[in-house]
Design a protein around this ligand. Sequence first.
Ligand SMILES: [Zn+2]
Length: 247
Amino acid sequence: MLSALNGRLSNRLARHFRAAPHRLPAHAPMVSFTFDDAPDSAAGEGASLLEAHGGRGTFYLAGSLVDQPRDHWHGLSNDAIVRLHRGGHEIGCHTFSHLRAVDLDESAMAREIERNRSHFFGIDPSIRLENFAYPYGLASVWRKPQLAQNFRSARGILPGVNSDVIDLQFLRASPLVTCEIDTDGVDRYFDEAVASGGWLIFYGHDVVDAPSPYGCTPDLLRHALKAAGARNMPIVTVAEALRRIGA
Ligand SMILES: [Zn+2]
């Protein structure tokens, strides 16, 4: 109970403290599609749809979930990881054991980072994990500065567009999750990104016709990709977005 409270408090505090502020250049709306964990369908249909629209995605992976059955999907395979990496998609870090940052002390987090790095190095030595996403979207005010020393950015699941002065160590991300958002909701985020000139990040998991409570249908992803095209918004990985904003 106390731990749960501390977790929520640490997550809230992380929104407001120890920020890595970065001012976006004037009006350069863009969108990133990110997939957490990641299910084999994200690496399959998800990546194919992105590529068909000239985009690439960021896949935040935890080594312990690779090629493993989960409640709602099967984790992507080593072959899929290599294919994504060589195809220009980005592999990001999601801890090795998929643990909440609020439950890890400094040395435990350091071990998680190192273990995940060496896991993906073993799959393909040219994979570099430059960016991080918090498992369960739960940030930690205590781990935030440690992550900042190891990664260029950290992403949560606080919805909204990243605009004006953004926090690189608590990037906002909105759900591309069928049970949480419909096409109108997706369009609203795109319109907000155009109006603010900001950086829109979506997060999701599986991409299948009957998605889990955490994933989306191919139709919803297709709709979002078309919405980006209609607004001339580049579809870029998190690493590429950071290059474009000079972070
Ligand atoms: Zn996750």
